[in-house]
Design a protein around this ligand. Structure first.
Ligand code: NDP
Length: 453
């Protein structure tokens, strides 16, 4: 398994993948650790999570640099990611016992009926490279605290991050086996998931990967949570605060090199403000600093991988060939590394890749609409349904329109973002289930009814 710096093409490290015996040993260890871990008092599991947050904070710079080297995220954003991971640890350390407290139900006199929340066992997490720390902590913080144990199969291009995450939990004092990294490729996932010792799975990544995992999990009747990306609308209505909608829109499309499931991908702009918005969007994109991700001045680093950049470029080219107007960007930068410039497409024909597919890079597709009704129609004209952002000065109007948007979450006058306190997840091809908040921690527990006469 190779870690390659996408900013320079330099090969950073080669890791020996886990062989069958190693995987076997780790699965056994997960099972035996689970039997003890499930009985550790919740308060102690919360305290260990406090420790994990501290380990993350203490090693913030080192972990951030590791992410930046392996997948090209600008260093300031990598540091923010580690801080956010520590916040998620703090959150569940404070709230897990509240979220998992027994639920009492109406019951006949003299009878007590309640639901208790038991862990399920070893949970397999198949994770992507785009937020190498956050995606993992997002599952590990709640699920380990609920008494499960974690098996991480991280994306093959971030093996250093995968091992560093194992280190976080070891240093925090978790028992060996509570969180283990499996250095395996995607072709090994099927067999691991089918194994009886693995009780559930969560995957963040592409649709094909999600379908493969869901199929195997379905065959073996194992619970899954899938977070599969999107083509989120960013709707700017006629009464929106344009300065704010612009500043946030630029961020929402270009953060993390545009490689985020909840990035604003389709800008849907009311005709009254369309021209001004597009002009300013293009100017703002051209002002962004694209370059060395280790520099604190950099806004947009390289794409995580040259092949992924080539796919993005094909989507842009095919859309232009189909008749879309390219206003800025649209060609890989003529320099070493997988650098793609912030790109704006308008007049995008229906059915071309920029219209129907997820563009995983700094490419904004802009639509002009006559009114709010048309904005909602365009927003919903997608097979995805992860997030949406809607901009209007009238909060009630925003909340009314939010009900008509087919998505797992709608942010009014704010970009779509994940927050440990708030449920996160999608509908349609964006997947199913919810992560984070009380809903997230309850995805992988046995909600057991206990009836006592
Ligand atoms: P993948 O979905 O291929 O990778 C995500 C994870 O799934 C990795 O750990 C990968 O392992 C694993 N995986 C891939 N195929 C399978 C499979 N058949 N069975 C089990 N596990 C599998 O994403 P890519 O990195 O290839 O990116 C492709 C596209 O996916 C992006 O352009 C973007 O559109 C979308 N994506 C969405 C993300 C999100 O946040 N929702 C995150 C990343 C990508 P391995 O690395 O070993 O192949």
């Amino acid at each position: 398994m190779e870690a390659v710096n996408p900013a320079t093409g330099e090969r950073l490290h080669v890791y020996e993948p886990d062989d069958d015996d190693t995987v076997e040993r780790k699965l056994d260890r997960a099972t035996s650790t689970f039997e003890e871990w499930r009985d550790v008092p919740l308060r102690e599991r919360e305290q260990l999570l406090v420790n994990a947050g501290e380990v993350l904070r203490e090693n913030k710079q080192r972990y951030a640099e590791l992410m930046t080297r392996e997948m090209g995220k600008p260093i300031t954003q990598a540091i923010a990611e580690v801080e956010k991971c520590a916040w998620a640890c703090d959150h569940y350390a404070e709230y897990a016992h509240k979220y998992l407290s027994d639920e009492h139900h109406p019951s006949p006199p003299g009878t007590e009926v309640k639901t208790v929340h038991d862990p399920l066992g070893p949970v397999l997490a198949v994770m992507p490279w785009n937020y190498p720390f956050w995606q993992v902590i997002r599952f590990a913080a709640p699920y380990l605290t609920a008494g499960n144990v974690g098996l991480l199969k991280h994306a093959s291009n971030v093996p250093g991050c995968a091992l560093a995450l194992e280190e976080v939990f070891a240093e925090a004092g978790y028992p060996e086996g509570a969180f283990q990294t499996l250095l395996v490729g995607s072709s090994d996932v099927d067999g691991i998931l089918a194994d009886d010792r693995v009780r559930a799975a969560t995957l963040t990544g592409s649709g094909p990967a999600g379908r493969a995992v869901a199929e195997t999990a379905g065959k073996h009747l194992k619970k899954t949570v899938l977070e599969l990306g999107g083509s989120d609308p960013f709707i700017v209505l006629d009464d929106a605060d344009l300065d704010a909608a612009l500043e946030t829109g630029v961020q929402a499309r270009t953060l993390n090199g545009g490689q985020s499931c909840i990035a604003a991908k389709r800008f849907i702009v009311h005709t009254d403000v369309y021209e001004e918005y597009v002009d300013r969007l293009v100017a703002a994109f051209e002002d962004l600093t694209v370059g060395d991700p280790m520099s604190e001045e950099t806004d947009v680093g390289p794409q995580a991988d040259p092949d992924l950049m080539a796919e993005l470029h094909e989507q842009v080219q095919a859309s232009v060939d189909a008749g879309a107007t390219l206003l800025t960007g649209g060609e890989p930068l003529d320099r070493t590394g997988a650098f793609y410039p912030p790109t704006v497409l308008t007049a995008v024909p229906s059915g071309c890749p920029a219209d129907t597919e997820e563009t995983f890079g700094p490419v904004a597709t802009v639509y002009e609409v006559a009114d709010a009704d048309e904005a909602i129609t365009v927003a919903n004209d997608t097979r995805f349904g992860l997030g949406a952002s809607l901009w209007t000065a009238d909060r009630e109007r925003g909340q009314r329109l939010a009900r008509d948007i087919s998505a797992g979450c709608v942010y009014i006058n704010e970009m779509t973002k994940s927050d440990p306190r708030v449920p996160f997840g999608g509908i349609k091809d964006a997947g199913y289930g919810r992560e984070l908040s009380e809903m997230g921690i309850k995805e992988f527990v046995n909600k057991k009814t206990v009836w006592t006469e």
